[in-house]
Design a protein around this ligand. Structure first.
Ligand code: AMP
Length: 283
């Protein structure tokens, strides 16, 4: 039976006890409203580890002013049921008041990586991410943490954080899970009407276009970016492109020529939702 833990001390004490018993703890940090992307991380953790802990916390410090913190979708009971079906052992749902008391002062910043791509459009976002992940690692004390490549920049920032701060935690990256038509799964997809959802397909379609251009020998990032932008802007509910970028996956610096492993990443506003997607070039 799945166990729900709501306080930091109870989670820390239990993790300490499990570690003393020699148990390997796998951890999946989330903001809830589970879809197959989340489930794939939980299944992998269930496969590899003795104890699976999933946190659900809509982290206020990673949302900027005017972003969708208040309307971010939430369904704790539904999430617990889904996690239970996979065999997750513990759901950790701390309160915002306990995580960030009124005298809270400490933040974690991963320099350079955090200011590129999404960081350029969401100032403070990755500082919030790095801070909450650090706190969750100190509370859950996992041996492994499972993260999706859907949030590629977040993954790289957390990998760097783990390396730089010497966390004794293995990061396990897992592939993007998509709907049948290619749309990357996201809790935010629930915002879409049927028509807007069609425009949301512009992201995966643009990545498919890049793929076919590259398969046909195109190596010039400027040409690929231009054609991707044109395709995206041809969809009716696309409001704005934040970026379409062809970059080195380690430092997010633009490449002068596409090669194996180049990261093609994009962020696009469709209606009121900001969507991201990416593809690592395979030649
Ligand atoms: P979130 O609840 O959106 O903060 O996501 C929690 C974890 O699930 C993060 O590691 C995400 O990268 C991962 N995730 C979200 N969507 C997907 C997806 N479509 N495929 C794979 N992983 C995902």
């Amino acid at each position: 039976m799945i166990r729900k833990i709501e306080t930091i001390k109870e989670m820390q004490n239990l993790s300490e006890k499990l570690r003393r018993e020699g148990k390997i703890i796998g951890f999946v940090p989330t903001m809830g409203y589970f879809h197959e992307g989340h489930m794939s991380l939980m299944r992998k953790a269930r496969e590899k580890d003795d104890i699976v802990v999933v946190s659900i916390f809509v982290n206020p410090t990673q949302f900027g002013p005017g972003e969708d913190f208040n309307r971010y979708p939430r369904d704790l009971e539904g999430d617990i049921k889904k996690a239970d079906e996979i065999g997750v052992d513990i759901i950790f749902t701390p309160s915002a008041d306990e995580m960030y008391p009124s005298d809270y002062k400490t933040y974690v910043e991963v320099e350079e990586l955090s200011s590129k791509l999404c960081g350029a459009f969401r100032p403070g976002h990755f500082k919030g991410v790095a801070t909450i992940v650090t706190k969750l690692f100190m509370i859950v004390k996992p041996h492994r943490a499972y993260l999706g490549k859907k949030d590629f920049q977040q993954l790289k920032i957390i990998e760097r954080l783990v390396k730089d701060l010497n966390f004794d935690i293995e990061i396990v990256p897992l592939p993007i899970v998509r709907e049948k038509d290619g749309l990357a799964m996201s809790s935010r997809n629930v915002y879409f009407s049927k028509e807007k959802r069609e425009s949301a397909l512009s992201l995966s379609q643009a990545l498919d276009l890049a793929k076919s251009l590259i398969e046909n020998g195109e190596k010039d990032p400027k040409i690929i970016e231009k054609k991707m932008r044109e395709l995206i802007l041809s969809y009716p509910h696309v409001k704005k492109i934040d970026y379409v970028a062809l970059v080195d996956p380690e430092n997010f610096v633009p490449v002068s020529e596409v090669r194996e492993g180049t990261l093609i990443a994009l962020a696009v506003w469709v209606g009121e939702a900001r969507l991201i997607d990416n593809w690592e070039v395979k030649l």
